[in-house]
Design a protein around this ligand. Structure first.
Ligand code: FE2
Ligand code: FE2
Ligand code: FE2
Length: 192
């Protein structure tokens, strides 16, 4: 192991954990999107697809940093358990909350303490994007529970995903630039 890899051993471990978490979240959301379409909740399906796209961006960002430090990304995707769309949304929200409240703040703190700027950046991007995911999943849960008719959850719709940091928005233009990474809004990916 190189000197750099020894100094950043914990950060590398955290990057690996985050990479696996993102890869699994992506696999879950792809499966949940298929189920949401089957349940007639096409807007929820659109949200799952947008979140899956963002998690891929996070996984790729983490993998890039991992490789810089001599780590080898291995995703180890687990089989996905698919339930009703309401339950799937709750599973998604719980995952996002764990990342927002516990995982990414801890990883960000450790990377900051060891002055690993590349890891700080990728953890910060993911943390901020997961906050948007948590908010959107919470909104979808409320709409499904209290009547999805005539709300965005039962119609396919666009979501806008930053190609750099994965920040996810329901509006076509929130700002001129991504509020997290400053990427130009016109470069955002449109996911339906
Ligand atoms: Fe993510
Ligand atoms: Fe997420
Ligand atoms: Fe961004």
């Amino acid at each position: 192991m190189s000197q750099v890899a020894v100094e950043h051993a914990t950060t590398i471990q955290n990057l690996m954990t985050a990479y696996k978490g993102e890869s699994n979240a992506r696999a879950r959301y792809i499966a949940f999107a298929v189920k949401a379409d089957a349940d007639g909740l096409q807007g929820a399906a659109s949200l799952f697809r947008a979140a899956a796209h963002a998690e891929k961006i996070h996984a790729d960002n983490h993998a890039r940093v991992l490789k810089q430090f001599g780590g080898e990304p291995t995703d180890g995707v687990n089989p996905v358990g698919v339930n009703t769309t309401l339950e799937n949304l709750k599973t998604a929200l719980a995952g996002e909350r764990y990342e927002v409240d516990t995982m990414y703040p801890g990883f960000l703190k450790e990377a900051t303490e060891t002055k690993n700027a590349a890891a700080m950046r990728t953890f910060h991007f993911a943390l901020e994007a997961e906050k948007a995911h948590a908010r959107l999943f919470q909104e979808a849960i409320t709409l499904v529970e209290f009547g999805p008719e005539d709300s965005w959850v039962d119609k396919a719709r666009n979501f806008y995903v930053c190609p750099v940091c994965g920040y996810t928005s329901e509006t076509p233009e929130e700002h001129k630039r991504c509020p997290v990474c400053n990427c130009l809004w016109k470069q955002f990916d449109v996911i339906r």
